[in-house]
Design a protein around this ligand. Structure first.
Ligand code: SF4
Length: 304
């Protein structure tokens, strides 16, 4: 399948069936912490990037066999760059009655038509990590046509129009945006935006740039206190393994690893296969050259 992947375990969404609406690394940003790699096509202009008919056909096939907690529109670039994202959301809601989440960097909501296209989703998860232009540019390396002011005004417009759940991600990088000055100013702007939750994240998977370093748990906990009841640290969530029908375990693991680096535990949670067997499958794939492993923090990640 070219556009639908998983289901994969998600820290925020449970079992998530992913829909990738962009060619690899077509994005409005080129974030230091991106787990997919450097942006190859930076743009701020929405287009019909991939054929909607084919995406819907793949969804139809996949949803016959799996029952995800969410159909998540995300992938290997910025999904709101697809000018027909509304048709995908409408299809899932109309035909399958699944919940839809849009995982977005939030950088295009200053465009009215982009807000209108996502209003059918159940949950939108944009990112706002700083309210200082220089920090914004350093972390996200945005398209020249996108500024921090546009990002913030777009998020406010989205909040006014969107009736579903708005979970705002704050991506924290050591040495970039964890200072008191950053957090105090960010908190004030986030209160104006008014998300349902503020989700604190840090660099948990191998980043595209080695300058992107994770915050330690203690610093995350201290920052969380500043955001009160709405703040939470996105923690790894362990799920009970579910049995699903998959074409082959090898193909499923490769499919997961093509989208983002995965750990053995991720595969266990997604495929419902014992850890010992997963380790043996990963070893076979690595020895055969289909996967390579890379250490990050205390974990080993596998990359296709
Ligand atoms: S992290 Fe998301 S927004 Fe940033 S470059 Fe990667 S795909 Fe784009």
């Amino acid at each position: 399948m070219a556009y639908v992947f998983g289901p994969v375990p998600s820290r925020r969404l449970g079992l998530s069936l992913g829909v990738d609406l962009t060619p690899r690394k077509t994005c409005t940003y080129d974030c230091l912490y991106c787990q997919v790699g450097r942006t190859t096509q930076i743009t701020a202009e929405p287009n019909p990037l991939v054929p909607v008919k084919e995406v819907i056909h793949e969804l139809e096939q996949k949803l016959r066999h799996v029952t995800p907690d969410f159909v998540t529109i995300s992938g290997s670039g910025e999904p709101t760059l697809h000018s027909q994202i509304d048709e995908i959301i409408a299809y899932v809601k109309r035909r399958k009655k699944f919940r839809v989440a849009v995982l977005t960097n939030g950088s295009l909501f200053w465009r009215e038509e982009v807000v209108e296209r996502v209003l059918g989703a159940d949950m939108i998860m944009p990112t706002c990590s700083t309210v200082f232009e220089e920090t914004y540019k350093a972390i996200h390396r945005p398209h020249p046509g996108i500024t921090l002011d546009l990002l913030i005004s777009g998020l406010k417009s989205l909040r006014r129009a969107f009736r579903g759940q708005l979970f705002l991600e704050v991506m924290l990088l050591r040495g970039f945006n964890e200072s008191e000055r950053e957090i105090v100013a960010l908190k004030s702007v986030i209160e104006d935006i008014g998300p349902d939750r503020v989700q604190l994240n840090t660099v948990v998977r191998p980043p595209s740039d080695s300058r992107a370093l994770a915050l330690d748990r203690k610093t995350l906990e201290d920052i969380k206190k500043c955001f009160g009841a709405a703040g939470e640290i996105i923690a790894e969530r362990q799920r009970k393994p579910r049995k699903q029908r998959f074409d082959t375990l090898f193909a499923q693991i490769l499919e997961m690893a093509k989208r983002r680096p995965v750990r053995a535990a991720d595969v266990v949670n997604a495929l419902g296969v014992p850890l010992g067997q997963v380790k043996s499958l990963l070893k076979t794939l690595e020895e055969g050259g289909s996967l390579r492993s890379r250490g990050h923090g205390n974990d080993t990640y596998y990359i296709a």
